[in-house]
Design a protein. Structure first.
Lengths: 596, 582
C-alpha cells in the first residue's frame, strides 16, 4: 500500500519534472561542427613600390626629394610616413589635418638649393609650383594657395649611430612631388553620365599603386558613388544621393560582385550604372554582378558591355585638311585616308580657319571667313556628306579664332564654341552667335572641345583652363573653369590630345614649345621644343580615345607654316590644288585640321 | 501533546521548538490518520484501487510519451535553428573572407572599416530589423590592433565562453548555447563561431542568435503536451471509474442480495437488466437463490414431516400402550399365581413396559422441543432443595450399585429464576448417568453461583469419555459402549432432552471427560431468566485431573470445545469460547 502510494507520488512528481527537463538547456557544452574554412590564396598586393624611407639618402637634396615622395601611397599612413622624416622635436610643425588628408602636389621648378652649415645642419629651399591638391577621392583639385611658393626645409643629422638626416623645420603642409604622383600612383579614368544621360564624361583620378586590385575596384565604386571632380560638376550628374557601396567589391574567377545601396534603383539606372562601371573598370573582364541591397539586380559581361556601349561614336580614321589659298583642301599622307572637301565649292573661299566634325551621318562645318577689310565672321552649316548651305554670322569681328564643335550626342541641337575678339561665343549650325559668360576674367584666346563634348579647354589671359559644358535644355553653359597649372607661359593654342590629355603651345623660357599635359596639370610632357616662332594654330586628333598615350597626331601652324607632328606639311601633300601660275610665289598650306 | 515549557529556559527558541514539535506531532497524527483512512479505503473499494492503478499506469505511460514528444519537438526546433545559423555562419564566413582578402596587414585602417561594414552587412544592415541576432567579429590574435565589432553594438564577452573561443581559435566551427543578457533581457542564445582566414591571420566570426522564439515554442508545445497528457490521464481515470462502477454496482447488489438471502430473506432477487454478462450473473444468482429456496423449503418440510411423524407415532402408540399397560398391570398383580417362569415373564413385561412408557414420554418431550412447543415456566427457585431432592431420590439406585453421592452445596439458598421441574429433570438425568457410570466410586454434586449465573456440576470417576465424545453424548440414542448392559434402563434421550432444557433456559450444558479420569457435566443457568451468560461460576474441568500439556494456566479457567478436524481443544476459557454451540 505504502509502496503504491509512493509510486503514485513519484509518478506525479516525475511528470512535470520530466517535462520541464526537456526544454532548451540554459547552457550547453561547446560542440564542434567541423573545421573552419581554409585560407584561400588571396589577391596579391599592388605591384607598386613603396616610397623611399628616411634613411634612403643622406644627401640633403635627395633627402628632401625623398620627403616629397614620402606621403605617397595609402592615405591613412601618409602622415606617419612623413613624420618618419621629421625630427621628434619638430613633429608639431607638421600637424595632421582633422578633416580629410589632402596632399599638396608640387612641381619643382628648379633643383633644390642647399645651404650647408658647419654644424652639419643644412637648409634646403624649394622653388615649386603648386599643381593641385590630391583629395582622398583621388581627384586633383586646383591649387588654393599662391601657385608658386618657396618652401624651406631645415635639416640636421640624425642621432649618433644613425646615418640619416632629420627635418627640423618645414612648411606645415603635406607635400607630394609631381614625380611621386607619377611614380606611386596610377591614373584612372572614371566616367560620369552627362545630364542628358547619353554620353559618358571622363573624370581623372589617382590611385596608390600599392593598392591591391580588389581594393581598386572598391575604390572606383566609391568614387562613382561620390562626387565628380569639382570642375566637372556642372556637366555631369552623379548617382542618386544615398548611393553607397556596401562593403568591398569582391571578385574571383572572373566574376565580380558589387553591392550597393541605391535609392530608386530601376532598370534604366542600373543599366547606366553598369555601363559606367564597365568603362570605369577597364581592366576587369568577365561577369559583373550588380547587387542592390544584397539583391542581385543586374549581371553584365564587362567586355560585351563595353562593346555594346562605346564611349564615343566611332568615326573611322581622321581625315586631314588644310586651308590653302583661302580654300579647304584635303591633305594626303601615305597610308592614311583622305576624302573630298565636304562643303560646297561656292562656299570654299576666303577661309581663315575651319572646323569640321562628324555627327553620326552628318558633317558639321564651321568656317571663319574674311572679307576684304580683313574683318572676319563665322559661317556654319551642316549636311550629309557635303554641307550645301553655309550661314554667316550677323556680325563681323576683328578676329575670330578657330571654332570647335561640341560633339553632342543630341543631333538636333549641334553647338560649337568660338572665340571672337577675346570673347567666347557659342554658335549653332545657323551661325547664330551668343556670348557665353565665363567665370574667369581676361581675354579668351583659344577654345577646344573634348571628344565627349562636355569638357573644353580654354586659354584665358595666357593661362590654361578646363571647364565643363552643360548643354542642358539647349542652353550652353560653361562651368567654373579649373586652372591647369603648366610649366609654360604665354599660351597660345590648345587642343585635346587624348581623353585626358591636352596638347598646348606656349613659351618656356621665351622659347615657343608644344607640351602635352594631363587635364589636371599633373603630368606634362614636352612634345616640341624646336619651333622657333609662336604657334598660332594647333589641332590634334585624340587617337587613343580610351586612355593611353596616343600615337600622336597633332598639326600646328607656326610662322605661317603648317606642321604635322614634327614635319612641315609640304605643298604637294595638298590635294586638288591648281598649280600656281609660274612666277608667282606659291602659298603655303595653313591651319591644318582633322575631320573625325 | 504540548509539554509545558521548562521553567528554567523560557526562551523564544525553546518556545518555538515546542511549537514546532507540537505542529509536528499534530501533523504526524493527522497524516497517520489520513494514511489509515486511505489504507481502509484502498482495502474496501475496488473502484478506488482500479482508478488509482489506472491513474498511475496511465500517468507513467502518458508522461513517458509526453517527455518523448516534448523532447523531440525541442530537439527539432534546436536543430532547425542550428542548421539555419550554421548556414548563415558559413555564408558569413565566406563573405567576410572575401572582404578581408585584400588586406595583408592588420594595421590597415580600411580593415577596421571593412570589419564594421562586414559585421553590419552580415547582421542585415538595420540593427532594429535583425530580430536580436548579434553578429560579431573578433580578432583574438590581433587584440589591440583590430577591435571587436558587433552589430548591433553590444558586449558579447559574457556570452562567448573561453571554451568556445578556444575551439574557434583552433580553426574549428563550433557552437554553444548560453544564457545571458544582451538587449536588457535574459535570453538563451545559440552562439556559433567560425574562423575567418585572412592573409594576416585569422579573425573570428560569431553569430549570437536568440532562442527566445524556439524556447517559447517549446514551452508552448510542452504546455500543450502536458495539458493533453493530464486531460488524457484524467479521462482514463474517469473511464476506469465509470467502467468499474458499471461492474462493481451489480456485484454490490449481488453481495447485498446474498447477505439478505443468508439472513433468511429467501425471496430476495436481483434485478436483471439487459442480456450482458452482468445480467447473466444476476439471472444465475436469482436461479441459484430460487433453487436454494426450493431446497431449503423442501428440507424444512421434510424435517417438519419427520417431527410430526415422531410426535404422531408417539401419540398413536400411547393409546394401545395404555391398554397393554392395564393388561400388564393386571397380569403383574396376579403373577404370584402363575408358575414361576410365567411370573418372571410378567415381571419382564412390566419392566419393559415401564421403559417403553418412559421412552414414549421422552420421545413426546423431544418432539415437543422439535416442534417448538416447549414452554419455560420460570419462577425464582432455591436450587439447594432441588439438589437434595434429586440426591435423595437416587440414593436407592446408588446404594444398589455401591456409589456414594456426595454433595457440595452452599449453606445459603441459591435462588435462580428457573423452571424447577426441568432443572430437576436435568439433574436427575445427570446424577443418574453418573451413578450408572460411576464404577462404584463416589459421585460429587457441586452447586455454585455468582452474580449472574448458577451452576451445578456432576462429577463421576468412571471410565470417562474419550476425546470427541463430549459432543456425542448429547446425541439422541448415543451410547458410549453399545454392548454394555443398561442397568438403569435409560432411553438414550435423557441428555438430549437435558440439553434442550438447558437451552430453553438460555443456559449451557457441557461435558468433560477423560479416559480413566471420569467425567464431569456442568449445567450453567442465568440467575435471571432471559439474561445472557458470559461465564460460569464453576469449572468444567475438575481441579483434580491431570491434564495434557502441563495443565491449565494459573488462575484462569479452561475451556474445552471443538477443535479443528473434530479434535478436542483445551485452552484458557474466554468469554466467547465458553459456550457449547452444538
Amino acid at each position: 500500500m505504502r509502496r503504491r502510494l509512493l509510486a503514485v507520488l513519484l509518478g506525479g512528481a516525475l511528470l512535470p519534472v520530466g517535462l520541464t527537463g526537456c526544454g532548451i538547456p540554459a547552457e550547453s557544452d561547446v560542440l564542434v561542427d567541423g573545421r573552419g574554412p581554409a585560407a584561400e590564396a588571396g589577391a596579391s598586393n599592388g605591384s607598386g613600390s613603396q616610397p623611399p624611407t628616411r634613411t634612403a639618402s643622406t644627401d640633403p637634396k635627395e633627402f628632401v626629394r625623398n620627403y616629397l615622395e614620402a606621403a605617397a601611397g595609402e592615405r591613412d599612413q601618409a602622415y606617419n610616413r612623413a613624420w618618419g622624416f621629421i625630427a621628434p622635436e619638430a613633429k608639431g610643425r607638421l600637424q595632421e589635418k582633422q578633416s580629410e588628408i589632402a596632399l599638396t602636389v608640387v612641381r619643382l621648378r628648379e633643383s633644390p638649393e642647399v645651404k650647408r652649415n658647419n654644424d652639419g645642419t643644412s637648409v634646403v629651399t624649394l622653388n615649386v609650383q603648386q599643381v593641385g591638391v590630391l583629395k582622398p577621392d583621388g581627384t586633383l583639385t586646383a591649387p588654393v594657395a599662391a601657385p608658386e611658393p618657396r618652401y624651406q626645409f631645415a635639416l640636421r643629422p640624425a642621432n649618433t649611430g644613425d646615418p640619416g638626416l632629420l627635418i627640423t623645420d618645414l612648411p606645415n603642409v603635406l607635400l607630394l612631388s609631381d614625380e611621386a604622383l607619377q611614380r606611386y600612383y596610377v591614373e584612372r579614368t572614371i566616367y560620369f553620365w552627362n545630364s542628358d544621360q547619353n554620353r559618358l564624361v571622363p573624370d581623372q583620378r589617382y590611385q596608390p599603386s600599392t593598392m591591391p586590385a580588389e581594393r581598386r575596384v572598391t575604390e572606383v565604386v566609391k568614387w562613382l558613388a561620390g562626387e565628380p571632380s569639382d570642375w566637372l560638376r556642372p556637366g555631369v550628374i552623379r548617382l542618386p544621393s544615398g548611393t553607397a557601396p556596401i562593403n568591398n567589391a569582391t571578385g574571383s574567377d572572373g566574376r565580380w560582385e558589387i553591392n550597393l545601396t541605391m535609392p530608386g534603383a530601376n532598370a534604366a539606372r542600373l543599366a547606366r550604372l553598369a555601363t559606367q562601371l564597365a568603362w570605369s573598370l577597364p581592366e576587369l573582364t568577365g561577369q559583373l554582378d550588380l547587387k542592390i541591397q544584397n539583391q542581385s539586380r543586374r549581371t553584365i559581361d564587362l567586355e560585351r558591355e563595353r562593346l555594346d556601349n562605346p564611349l564615343y561614336p566611332s568615326s573611322g580614321s581622321p581625315q586631314q585638311y588644310c586651308v590653302y589659298d583661302g580654300a579647304i583642301h584635303p591633305l594626303s599622307f601615305p597610308g592614311e585616308p583622305s576624302g573630298p572637301v565636304p562643303i560646297v565649292a561656292a562656299a570654299n573661299k576666303g577661309i581663315v580657319s575651319a572646323a569640321l566634325s562628324r555627327s553620326q551621318n552628318d558633317i558639321l562645318a564651321a568656317l571663319v571667313v574674311t572679307r576684304s577689310d580683313r574683318r572676319q565672321r563665322l559661317m556654319a552649316g551642316s549636311g550629309r556628306d557635303q554641307v550645301p548651305v553655309l550661314n554667316g554670322s550677323s556680325r563681323w569681328y576683328a578676329s575670330v579664332g578657330r571654332p570647335t564643335w561640341l560633339r553632342s550626342a543630341d543631333q538636333q541641337h549641334q553647338y560649337g564654341l568660338v572665340v571672337a575678339d577675346g570673347q567666347l561665343y557659342r554658335f549653332d549650325d545657323l551661325a547664330g552667335m551668343v556670348p557665353v559668360p565665363l567665370a574667369v576674367e581676361g581675354p579668351v584666346t583659344a577654345v577646344a572641345a573634348a571628344l565627349d563634348g562636355h569638357r573644353i579647354a580654354l586659354i584665358v589671359d595666357g593661362l590654361l583652363y578646363v571647364a565643363a559644358v552643360s548643354l542642358d535644355g539647349g542652353v550652353v553653359t560653361i562651368g567654373s573653369p579649373r586652372r591647369v597649372v603648366t610649366p609654360l607661359t604665354d599660351l597660345t593654342a590648345v587642343d585635346w590630345y587624348a581623353e585626358n590629355q591636352l596638347v598646348f603651345a606656349g613659351s618656356e623660357d621665351r622659347r615657343p614649345v608644344i607640351f602635352q599635359i594631363n587635364v589636371d596639370g599633373a603630368r606634362d610632357i614636352p612634345l616640341e621644343r624646336e619651333i622657333g616662332s609662336p604657334v598660332t594654330h594647333l589641332s590634334a586628333y585624340p587617337a587613343g580615345a580610351v586612355g593611353g598615350v596616343p600615337t600622336g597626331l597633332y598639326m600646328y601652324e607656326a610662322n605661317r607654316v603648317a606642321f604635322r607632328n614634327k614635319d612641315i606639311i609640304k605643298r604637294d601633300q595638298v590635294l586638288d590644288v591648281t598649280p600656281p601660275p609660274a612666277g608667282t610665289r606659291p602659298s603655303n598650306p595653313t591651319v591644318p585640321f582633322f575631320l573625325y | 501533546m504540548v509539554t509545558s515549557p521548562p521553567p528554567a529556559s523560557p526562551t523564544t527558541a525553546s518556545r518555538r521548538l515546542q511549537a514546532a514539535r507540537a505542529l509536528w506531532h499534530a501533523l504526524a497524527a493527522g497524516s497517520a490518520q489520513l494514511v489509515a483512512d486511505l489504507h481502509q479505503t484502498w482495502r474496501r473499494s475496488l473502484q478506488v484501487r482500479v482508478v488509482t492503478i489506472t491513474l498511475v499506469a496511465s500517468s507513467l505511460l502518458v508522461g513517458g510519451f509526453a517527455y518523448l514528444i516534448a523532447d523531440k519537438i525541442t530537439s527539432i526546433l534546436l536543430e532547425n535553428a542550428e542548421t539555419d545559423v550554421l548556414m548563415r555562419l558559413r555564408n558569413g564566413s565566406d563573405y567576410a573572407g572575401k572582404q578581408f582578402r585584400t588586406f595583408s596587414q592588420p594595421q590597415e585602417a580600411q580593415l577596421q572599416d571593412t570589419i564594421d561594414g562586414t559585421v553590419s552587412y552580415l547582421a542585415g544592415g538595420d540593427p532594429a530589423q535583425t530580430s536580436g541576432v548579434v553578429v560579431a567579429i573578433t580578432a583574438d590574435r590581433h587584440a589591440g590592433v583590430i577591435n571587436t565589432r558587433t552589430s548591433p553594438v553590444t558586449d558579447i564577452q559574457p556570452l562567448v565562453s573561453p571554451a568556445l573561443r578556444a575551439a574557434v581559435a583552433d580553426g574549428k566551427v563550433a557552437h554553444q548555447i548560453r544564457t545571458g543578457e544582451l538587449a536588457g533581457q535574459r535570453t538563451k542564445y545559440l552562439v556559433y563561431g567560425s574562423p575567418v582566414p585572412t592573409r594576416f591571420g585569422q579573425v573570428e566570426l560569431y553569430y549570437l542568435v536568440p532562442l527566445a522564439r524556439q524556447d517559447a515554442t517549446a514551452a508552448d508545445a510542452r504546455a500543450t503536451v502536458v495539458a493533453t497528457g493530464v486531460a488524457l490521464v484524467l479521462l482514463l481515470g474517469l473511464l476506469a471509474a465509470l467502467v468499474t462502477r458499471l461492474v462493481v454496482t451489480p456485484v454490490r447488489v449481488a453481495a447485498r442480495t446474498a447477505q439478505r438471502l443468508s439472513a433468511g430473506l429467501l425471496d430476495q432477487r436481483m434485478v436483471v437488466n439487459g442480456e450482458d454478462d452482468l445480467a447473466l450473473l444476476a439471472a444465475s444468482f436469482n436461479q441459484m437463490a430460487s433453487n436454494l429456496q426450493r431446497q431449503i423449503l423442501r428440507l424444512e418440510e421434510m424435517s417438519r414431516l419427520q417431527r410430526r411423524f415422531t410426535s404422531d407415532v408417539s401419540h398413536e402408540l400411547r393409546t394401545p400402550l395404555t391398554t397393554v399397560r392395564m393388561a400388564a398391570d393386571l397380569i403383574f398383580s396376579e403373577r404370584d399365581e402363575f408358575d414361576p417362569a410365567v411370573a418372571r415373564s410378567a415381571e419382564l413385561l412390566q419392566a419393559e413396559l415401564d421403559r417403553f412408557e418412559e421412552l414414549l414420554t421422552d420421545l413426546l418431550e423431544i418432539s415437543r422441543f422439535d416442534a417448538g412447543f416447549a414452554m419455560l415456566d420460570s419462577e425464582p427457585t432455591d436450587l439447594v432443595p432441588v439438589v437434595h431432592r434429586v440426591a435423595d431420590r437416587l440414593t436407592g439406585l446408588a446404594e444398589r450399585v455401591g456409589v456414594a453421592i456426595e454433595l457440595d452445596v452452599p449453606a445459603t439458598a441459591v435462588i435462580a429464576e428457573v423452571d424447577p421441574r426441568r432443572v430437576e429433570r436435568v439433574l436427575r438425568n445427570l446424577v443418574g448417568n453418573a451413578v450408572e457410570h460411576g464404577e462404584g466410586r463416589p459421585v460429587l454434586i457441586t452447586l455454585g453461583m455468582d452474580q449472574n449465573a448458577v451452576a451445578i456440576t456432576v462429577r463421576d470417576h468412571g471410565v470417562g469419555l474419550k476425546p470427541g465424545e463430549e459432543k456425542l453424548v448429547f446425541n439422541r440414542f448415543w451410547r458410549a459402549d453399545p454392548s454394555r448392559a443398561r442397568q438403569t434402563g435409560g432411553t438414550g434421550l435423557g441428555l438430549s432432552i437435558s440439553l434442550e432444557d438447558a437451552r430453553l433456559h438460555g443456559g449451557w450444558l457441557e461435558a468433560w471427560g477423560a479416559p480413566g479420569q471420569g467425567a464431569q457435566f456442568r449445567l450453567t443457568l442465568p440467575a435471571r431468566a432471559g439474561d445472557r451468560l458470559t461465564t460460569s461460576p464453576l469449572r468444567l474441568v475438575p481441579v483434580d485431573v491431570t491434564l495434557p500439556f502441563g495443565g491449565p494456566r494459573d488462575g484462569g479457567p479452561l475451556a474445552i470445545g471443538p477443535g479443528s478436524a473434530g479434535a478436542l481443544a483445551i485452552g484458557p476459557a474466554d468469554g466467547d469460547r465458553a459456550e457449547v454451540t452444538s
